[in-house]
Design a protein around this ligand. Structure first.
Ligand SMILES: [Mn+2]
Length: 379
């Protein structure tokens, strides 16, 4: 076989509860979208007749997964006549005794990887699949694989759910350095665990963490997707790997900030929001809006009211009020101490300034300066 094609995904977290949204209806929609997303990936695999579908861990949420979801998935896999499905358990779907990995009779084309002593050789694809960290023993698995004779005559893929190039702390699941993995001489390393897209490459190997195809929270901002690629022999019998990120997520998360300094009423906040060129709400996306800046002592933004006005502009919004109380700096003008001196100096600078932008910056400087001196902190 001259080439093997693959789609590589990870961290789908089927049946994740999305409880952090605090909105049951929206959470149910998101949960369904995980399933629909997987269906779409499987459709693509089938239509394009891709040789391998690789899922590098956290395929489902073990503590929330429903039998009906798994049966549905199993049936979808069974329709992939030309494709081998390769799955490694992750930290959210560990290989426990009562795991669906054990209790369901998966089809013949589905391979749950667990034992690093055993290499899965897929003859029709001329591909060897290695696995590391399925039961949390990365160091042991690593040396098992290292002892093996990695053949130049097969396509070699390592599947791993873990943390790459992070401090070796106990909290980091399956930690290992990229240099070590490169040493194994794999053609492609199908990573999972980090929910963002990361690509590592050296002269001979390509190693990709695709990230979650469907983002799951505000710490997973922007467009998400999966990897599609192939390994092939070139005319001079060298191996070549091509793999691309395929944007996929139909809804994305965005953290946005709005400086509401000078606003005295909720309507003014809305006005500011609608004229901010950097903020463009889309009714399919999720937003976490943080209000910042200095506002008068007697004004508290009405979060409920603001949410009500914004909720039709987007799929989901939450608003955090991190504003500070505005200092009435004129009361410091007669102050004989350092605060008075500071305010007088900056107000003089403001008066001699022609540019409106510079005037506003100096106003903020007065506010931050007073905050530092009065409260011993700067927000
Ligand atoms: Mn995960």
């Amino acid at each position: 076989m001259k080439q093997v094609s693959f789609i590589h995904t990870a961290d789908i977290h089927l049946d994740a509860p999305f409880s952090s949204l605090g909105d049951k209806e929206k959470a149910d929609i998101r949960r369904q979208e995980l399933e629909d997303g997987l269906k779409n990936i499987i459709d693509r695999v089938r239509i394009q007749n891709v040789d391998l579908l690789i899922i590098s861990g956290d395929f489902f949420e073990d503590s929330h997964i429903r039998g009906s979801t798994i049966i549905g998935v199993k049936n979808l896999f069974s329709e992939l006549y030309g494709t081998e499905v390769i799955i490694i358990p992750g930290n959210h779907d560990p290989l426990k005794e009562n795991s669906f990995y054990h209790t369901i009779g998966w089809g013949e084309n589905v391979h749950i990887l667990t034992d690093s002593n055993q290499v899965l050789f897929l003859k029709k694809c001329n591909t060897c699949i290695y696995n590391m960290g399925a039961i949390g023993n990365v160091a042991g698995d690593f040396s098992n694989i290292k002892e093996k004779d990695i053949s130049a005559d097969t396509f070699n893929i390592l599947v791993f759910h873990g943390t790459i190039d992070m401090p070796f702390e106990e909290s980091n699941y399956n930690s290992i350095g990229s240099k070590d993995i490169f040493e194994l001489g794999m053609d492609y390393v199908a990573l999972g665990h980090m929910h963002n897209y990361i690509r590592f490459q050296n002269r001979t190997s390509l190693m990709i963490n695709p990230g979650s195809p469907i983002p799951m929270g505000f710490d997973e901002e922007g467009v998400h997707g999966f990897i599609q690629g192939k390994i092939m022999y070139t005319d001079d019998n060298k191996k070549l790997v091509e793999a691309d990120f395929v944007p996929f997520s139909s809804r994305n998360y965005y953290n946005i900030e709005l400086d509401v300094t000078g606003c005295n009423r909720n309507e003014e906040i809305i006005q500011k929001l609608s004229t901010d060129d950097n903020i463009n709400f889309s009714n399919k996306d999720l937003y976490s809006l943080t209000l910042r800046g200095f506002i008068p002592k007697d004004f508290t933004p009405d979060i409920k009211y603001l949410m009500e006005l914004l909720k039709n502009k987007c799929f989901y919004v939450r608003i955090k009020n991190e504003t500070s109380i505005q200092f009435d700096y004129e009361q410091y003008l007669e102050d004989p101490g350092i605060k008075g001196e500071f305010v007088r100096m900056l107000m003089d600078m403001q008066e001699n300034e022609d540019s409106q932008d510079r005037k506003e910056i100096l106003y903020m400087a007065i506010q931050y300066g007073l905050q530092a001196m009065e409260n011993n902190r700067v927000d």
